[in-house]
Design a protein around this ligand. Structure first.
Ligand SMILES: Nc1nc2c(ncn2[C@@H]2O[C@H](COP(=O)(O)O[C@H]3[C@@H](O)[C@H](n4cnc5c(=O)[nH]c(N)nc54)O[C@@H]3COP(=O)(O)O)[C@@H](O)[C@H]2O)c(=O)[nH]1
Length: 960
């Protein structure tokens, strides 16, 4: 053995002294020393045996346990040793810790061979040992006291107080009480009972340990000998400190629990905590003893809970449910009920019910559930897809979301967000934008193309926000709206708008074009209106103001004159012999002449004066702002001077002179019509005064005008009154001085006035048109006379009848001639028409046609007043005329004027070359006659031969 031999030897020697079989074992349970008595008893050397080998097999567990405990304190038990023959030996075993001086831990074991005792001793000893074993092994402290002194105790009592048995025994009882007062009080309670032989019991009494700490014990006491107090008292103390603490803790739990705790047994309420009282409305002890049924709303529920709960509880399993229970006042509360057995080994021990009032919780849960249901209903009925996203995956979504993407219910959950995009690039763009927005603390809103489960795509408006806006990552909620239709509509609208804009542009262009055209039309119209206005108020040929505008300006000028106390002059200008120029040289020439005159007039007067053209060759100059009438002299002189120089036109020098009549406002009239009429009268006077001069209006001029008017009026009835008659003047053959022709000359034998000469009334008839019917009368009368002369047997003499320009151009002329010829039966060869040179040249080809018709009737034609107009040789050649009459103006000074002679000679030469006869009119002297005859003129007419004479004179002459 390894153990120290000194110790073994020392222990072995000690074992030899015991006299009873004994041994010593170490902490490992190996016998390291045994005395001969033990060796003899077991029949083998015990030293070196293990406990397993030393004890009988069935005694092993107790032996091991007892020896383990014996290392600390003495143990005593009945056991059996194994002998060398495999048998066993009944022994009483007493084991004690090895003393400190033994040198090692372990126990000393002493055996008493129970086989050596006689039966009485053995029984007694056995009983004593058993009692001792009971006392020693009792879990309660047992103490004997006498006279207040502890006389003996079991190990448990000493242990409870922290003493050894030896230390405790002999001590006074008062020492183990907390204080003398407690001891005294305790004694007062226990003493009377014990003194009377009665047991004393205190459920809780406080004691003091050796170390001063206090602990609680349940105390039971009884006199050892109830008949003799002096025999002492046996005290049994049960340490209930832990139980009391446990009980207090339980009470605290019961009292402070925030749920109801109910203890029932036999389904009767035995105990409950404060919370239960408050929960169900019962007082602290009010419901104790009542059946648990009162807590349930119905028998059925009560029975049901019992039927379900108790089998579980009896099996050691907790029962848990939630149900309605009933308060004392009948109101219902919703509780969670948990039940378990007080002792699973004893179902009759009762049941503990943990009851938690979940009414509010249930209400809250229901409210929450309703809210969730509502939310779910809202989500499911939402027209937008709604999804919760975390870490790029769909956590949850509503029905609409699934519909949008074409997934079955629940299919989207767990899908990656990327799988909802048609490609990674699109998803990446959306993710980057979302990240930027979330990190900026903003919502992320955008439109992206997404992909359905079947691979088709659509446009959606995504609106996302993190659950916590302050965190860019984590869960986020997204609204998904299918905006494909809206985008298509927007696209359609955009296209429509583009088309509309194009149309608008086109229409605008059209309108611009139309506007341009309209503007042009407006301009054109305004120009036209201006032209019309201009035409209405201006002379189309010269551009000068016309009669209307002149009247207006004259009106205004009169008003101005009234205000300024000035006068104004109206200067009526008529161009002398313009008619002749116009008729002979044609309209072109006449027009040119008029325009030049207009221009010269404008230059001659001031800009403040008005030059107007009334028509034909009539002009008016309005001179406002004059102080006296004689201021007009200068103006009139300037006008005459302006027109004095000849006007060159197409190789000719045109000479024109004005006759100017002047009326002055207010002297000669107070209105436009009067001033104009008076100026006109003055102009006539100027003409009568030899032309190329000016005359101021006088009242006598008014009388001339009145006379003119009177003549015209009288002429209108002259034909009907047979006041006309014919005179005849012979045209003689120069060579023979015999009558060649008779010129028919009209006379007006005006009633009360005598015979009126043609110059006094033919211009008026020409002007008024009366010349047409009167001229026809002349033709008819002349023809009738010729026929009459012939009927009288007189020698037929041709008659020369004058045709005025107006008469010549009259449409009914040819028909009228034809009718007269037919009706009178005159030989057309006896008729000759004299037409002035001016009239012939006036209408060119038309004249030629009329002349041709007349000529074809057999009527001869002659040109009257030849030399005063502007004959065209081309026409002369073509006209079917036979004769020209040299105007008497060239004959008048023939004898004195070489120029006139040259002209007459030229006319005669021209006529000869054209094979025309020449008549010289106005021959009044023999000198003239001779010159004419010498010049080769064939015919002559004049007072030298005869004045115009009445028909009777002609008849007489013809008959002579
Ligand atoms: N259309 C018509 N015109 C007619 C008609 N009757 C006349 N007239 C024209 O009137 C003008 C004046 O005519 P009258 O006063 O008759 O004078 C004519 C002669 O008396 C005049 N004459 C003739 N010889 C001389 C003369 O030696 N000296 C002179 N001082 N006068 C003389 O000449 C007139 C005839 O001229 P003309 O006709 O040019 O041959 C006159 O122009 C008439 O034509 C008519 O019915 N219709």
């Amino acid at each position: 053995m390894d153990r120290a031999p000194t110790h073994s030897r020392f222990v072995a020697e000690a074992l030899h002294l015991i006299g009873l079989p004994a041994c010593a074992c170490d902490a490992a349970g190996v016998v390291f020393a045994a005395n001969p008595e033990l060796n003899a008893l077991t029949g083998r050397d015990a030293a070196g045996l293990t406990l397993v080998e030393l004890f009988a097999e069935h005694a092993m567990p107790a032996a091991v346990s007892q020896l383990e405990a014996a290392r600390d304190r003495e143990q005593d038990w009945t056991s059996a040793l194994a002998d060398a023959n495999g048998g066993e030996i009944a022994v009483q075993v007493r084991a004690k810790p090895l003393p400190a001086g033994a040198g090692c831990a372990g126990a000393a074991i002493v055996f008493t061979d129970l086989r050596e005792m006689d039966s009485g001793q053995a029984a007694l000893r056995k009983a004593l040992l058993e009692q001792k074993a009971i006392l020693d092994n009792a879990y309660v402290g047992i103490l004997f006291s006498k006279d207040g002194v502890m006389s003996s105790c079991n190990p448990r009592m000493a242990e409870m107080f922290g003493y050894t048995q030896e230390e405790l025994i002999g001590r006074r009882a008062i020492e183990v009480f907390p204080s003398p007062e407690v001891y005294s009080r305790f004694g007062k309670q226990a003493g009377p009972l014990l003194g009377n032989g009665l047991p004393f019991e205190a459920p809780e009494a406080q004691f003091r340990r050796r170390d001063g700490s206090l602990f609680w014990c349940r105390v039971r006491a009884k006199a050892v000998d109830t008949g003799r107090n002096e025999a002492g008292t046996i005290w049994i103390l049960e340490d209930v400190t832990d139980a009391r603490r446990t009980m207090n803790e339980g009470e605290a739990i019961m009292t402070n629990a925030s749920f109801g705790i109910l203890f029932t047994r036999d389904r009767i309420m035995r105990r409950y905590n404060r919370y239960f009282s408050e929960m169900f409305g019962y007082e602290a002890f009010e419901a104790i003893g009542m059946p648990g049924r009162i807590l349930y709303p119905s028998d059925k529920m009560y029975e049901h809970v019992g039927a379900v709960a108790y089998p579980l509880v009896s099996a050691g399993k907790p029962f848990q449910t939630e149900l309605d229970m009933v308060r004392k006042d009948g109101s219902v509360l919703w509780v969670q009920l948990i039940a378990f057995a007080v002792n699973i080994d004893d179902s009759a021990a009762g049941t503990i019910w943990i009851i938690e009032d979940r009414t509010e919780q249930k209400r809250a849960e229901e409210s929450l559930r309703n809210a969730l249901l509502e939310n779910q209903a809202i989500l499911d009925s939402a027209v937008l897809g709604i999804a919760v996203i975390e870490n790029g995956y769909n956590l949850r979504c509503n029905t609409k979301m699934e519909e949008l993407f074409g997934y079955a219910p629940g299919e989207i959950v767990g899908l990656s967000v990327q799988s909802l995009y048609p490609d990674k690039a699109g998803w990446q763009v959306a993710r980057d934008e979302t990240s930027r927005n979330f990190h900026s603390g903003r919502l992320s809103v955008g439109e992206y193309q997404l992909m359905r489960k079947d691979g088709t795509t659509f446009w959606a408006r995504l609106s996302g926000r993190p659950f916590d806006l302050s965190k860019a990552t984590g869960r986020s909620v997204w609204l998904v709206d299918d905006v494909t239709a809206r985008r298509e509509a927007a696209e359609a609208v955009r296209r429509a708008r583009d088309e509309l804009e194009v149309r608008v542009l086109e229409r605008t262009a059209e309108l611009a074009g139309a506007n341009t055209l309209l503007q042009a039309e407006i301009v054109e119209r305004r120009q036209a209106e201006a032209r019309v206005h201009h035409m209405a108020y201006h002379d189309s040929l010269t551009g000068l103001p016309n009669r209307s505008l002149l009247a207006d300006r004259l009106d205004r000028a009169m008003l101005a004159a009234q205000r300024s106390d000035r006068k104004l002059a109206v200067m009526f200008i008529d161009l002398d012999r313009f008619k002749t120029i116009n008729d002979s040289l044609g309209h072109m020439t006449g027009d040119y002449l008029l325009k030049e005159v207009a221009s010269r007039l404008c230059r001659a007067v001031r800009a403040s004066d008005t030059v107007a053209r009334l028509g034909g060759d009539e002009f008016v100059v309005l001179v406002p702002g004059i102080r006296a009438a004689d201021e007009c002299n200068q103006v009139a002189e300037k006008i005459i001077d302006a027109l004095a120089s000849p006007i060159p036109f197409e190789g000719r020098m045109l000479h024109i002179t004005p006759s100017i009549g002047i009326s002055v406002y207010p002297d000669d009239g107070a209105d436009v019509e009067t001033l104009m009429r008076h100026a006109d009268a003055a102009m006539y006077h100027a003409k009568a005064s030899g032309r190329n001069n000016y005359q101021f209006f006088t009242q006598t001029m008014n009388q001339a005008a009145a006379h003119h008017f009177e003549l015209e009026s009288s002429l209108r009835g002259a034909l009907a009154r047979y006041e006309f008659e014919l005179f005849y003047q012979p045209i003689i053959d120069i060579d023979t001085r015999q009558v060649h022709t008779l010129e028919v000359l009209l006379r007006w034998r005006r009633g009360g006035h005598g015979l009126v000469q043609p110059d006094a009334f033919i211009p008026i008839m020409e002007e008024s048109g009366l010349i047409v019917p009167v001229g026809e009368w002349v033709m008819r009368k002349a023809c009738e006379q010729s026929v009459a002369w012939q009927r009288q047997g007189l020698k037929p003499v041709p008659l020369a009848v004058n045709l005025s320009p107006r008469q010549f151009m009259h449409k009914g002329l040819i028909e009228s001639i034809r009718r007269i010829l037919d009706e009178t039966g005159i030989d057309p060869a006896l008729i000759e028409f004299e037409i002035t040179e001016t009239a012939l040249m006036q209408h060119g080809e038309q004249t030629l046609g009329i002349l041709g018709q007349i000529n074809r009737m057999g009527i001869r034609l002659s040109i009257d007043d030849f030399g005063t107009g502007y004959s065209s040789l081309a026409y002369l050649k073509r006209f079917p005329v036979k004769k020209v009459k040299i105007d008497r103006a060239f004959i008048k000074d023939l004898e004195n004027s070489a120029e006139d002679r040259a002209i007459v000679a030229a006319i005669i030469a021209l006529s000869n070359s054209l094979q025309l006869s020449v008549v010289a009119e106005g021959v009044e002297s023999e000198g003239q006659y001779k010159l004419l005859k010498g010049s080769g003129c064939q015919y002559a007419q004049g007072f030298l031969f005869s004045q115009p004479v009445e028909v009777q004179d002609v008849t007489r002459a013809l008959a002579a």
